[in-house]
Ligand binder design. Structure first.
Ligand code: ADP
Length: 443
């Protein structure tokens, strides 16, 4: 801050002037008194009237000097007051005001942050009364307007907890509790807080976090591990069973071949499962690099039908492919999209009784090209439709296994399309058929 020093200099000069004047006044006064005294001593002043006159003269001079000094004193006092109020009191007041403003702004900021935090915060005083609570806490713990205390809030969750237990937790210690609130799981972290000077406990802070998603993910992960183990266990048990039987007995060539066929097909199923799992894991960890290129979706659809010609023929299905003219090239990872089409087509072939009809349409809407695969197979019950893209979800487990399915085809397709900016939709009716629409962006 730039301060103006001029007024201070003037005040100092005037003060110095006043001192000089006081000095002059003293000297004048002393000299005159001396003069009068000497004059009386030497006898020059004998007449009392003369002495009086000299004294009056002296008084006049002193009066003038005194008035000047007083005037200067008043002026400097005024200036000094103005200067001090301008340079010291006013800035000090301003500093206090700005500090207050800053504190208020900080308080407002904290309040706003608390208000908009996704975590819930509740501060209880030493008696368990709510001191502060934010909306997230009310929402997460379903707190009603009648809840005012620690007990009001937490007693309904039947926690083996009370204020005393928490208040006397060791310094820097906290206690974590998981609570089920309707369909949500929340984690509450209780920590006592102390007075900074006396170190006496003053209350408890509860931080509430919604961990529903984490719990769900954890459950899904556990289920996935269980599913994988189960899926692998079935073919392994079959392979071991048939191999042991072959080793233990003497069988004719035909039976041996049958057993070996089972072993081979189960081993292949395991291999498919492991490949699917590896693909999923690569997609999950973003390890698979997506190489986007422009290509023709109609051509790819035709290639895929040719790749599956043997399976189609085996089941006696008819497959027709209709491609709308002028479909712009799609922009995606070609191998990925081929995988998606093959998965959907394989399903249509698998889940359609022999001699079925499979129709493929390729066209475009707005900036997306689409491929629609329609079959007249067994269809999917309505209640299963919203879970069909989950890993290992199958309408009929044994039928899927019989058909060589891993239960991962549609989830891989969805994952791939998510990564390529596309989408997948499935409609189905039991005993009527299934329609799957895949949309892929064009460049
Ligand atoms: P799977 O390897 O078992 O075929 P998917 O993830 O590809 O696994 O499909 C999941 C389940 O959805 C299948 O087990 C099957 O029950 C059902 N499904 C998929 N496509 C069709 C379809 N076109 N017709 C009837 N059911 C289907």
């Amino acid at each position: 801050m730039k301060t103006n020093k001029k007024p201070l200099t003037i005040i100092v000069i005037v003060f110095a002037l006043e001192l000089i004047l006081v000095g002059i006044l003293g000297i004048v006064f002393r000299n005159n008194i001396n003069m009068i005294y000497n004059d009386i001593e030497t006898g020059e002043l004998q007449d009392i009237n003369q002495v009086k006159e000299e004294c009056i003269e002296l008084r006049k001079t002193v009066n003038i000097l005194l008035t000047t000094i007083m005037g200067l004193y008043v002026v400097t006092t005024i200036f000094l007051t103005i200067y001090l109020s301008k340079m010291v009191i006013y800035p000090y007041k301003k500093m206090l005001e700005s500090r207050e403003k800053k504190e208020k702004a900080e308080e407002t900021e904290i309040k706003t942050k608390l208000l908009h935090m996704s975590e819930g915060i509740i501060a209880f005083d030493i008696n368990g009364k709510i001191d502060l609570i934010n909306p997230a806490a009310k929402l997460l713990l379903k707190i009603s307007p009648e809840d005012f205390t620690f007990e009001d809030i937490f007693n309904k969750f039947k926690l083996n907890l009370n204020m005393e237990k928490l208040i006397y937790l060791e310094e820097l210690a906290s206690l974590e509790q998981r609570i089920e609130v309707e369909d949500k799981t929340v984690k509450v972290l209780f920590s006592p807080f102390r007075n900074e000077e006396t170190n006496k406990p003053e209350g408890i802070i509860a931080v509430i976090q919604d961990i529903t998603e984490n719990v769900q993910l954890d459950t899904m992960r556990k289920e996935f591990v269980a599913d994988v183990s189960h899926e692998l266990k079935t073919p392994i048990t079959t392979i071991m069973g048939y191999a042991d039987t072959l080793l233990e007995g003497e069988y004719d060539k035909k039976t041996e071949k049958e057993f070996l066929n089972v072993i081979s097909s189960e081993a292949r199923r395991m291999a498919r499962l492991v490949t699917d799992l590896l693909d999923l894991s690569r997609l999950d960890n973003n390890k698979k690099r997506i190489k986007k290129t422009s290509f023709d979706l109609g051509d790819l659809a035709k290639e895929c039908t040719q790749k599956l010609a043997i399976e189609t023929k085996k089941k006696g299905h008819s497959v027709e492919c209709f491609v709308t003219a002028d479909v712009p090239p799609v922009y995606a990872d070609k191998d990925d999209i081929q995988r998606v089409i093959l998965n959907i087509l394989t399903n249509s072939i698998k889940y359609t009784p022999d001699g079925g009809n499979i129709k493929i349409y390729v066209g475009f809407v707005y900036s997306d090209a689409y491929i629609k695969i329609i079959d007249n197979g067994i269809g999917i019950p309505e209640e299963d439709l919203n879970r069909i893209f989950e890993r290992f979800y199958r309408v009929d487990k044994s039928r899927s296994r019989e058909m060589g399915g891993t239960g991962l085809g549609l989830s891989i397709a969805k994952e791939i399309l998510d990564k390529n900016g596309g989408s997948i939709d499935l409609k189905s009716k039991v005993n009527e058929g299934t329609e799957v629409v895949v949309k892929i962006p064009t460049k």
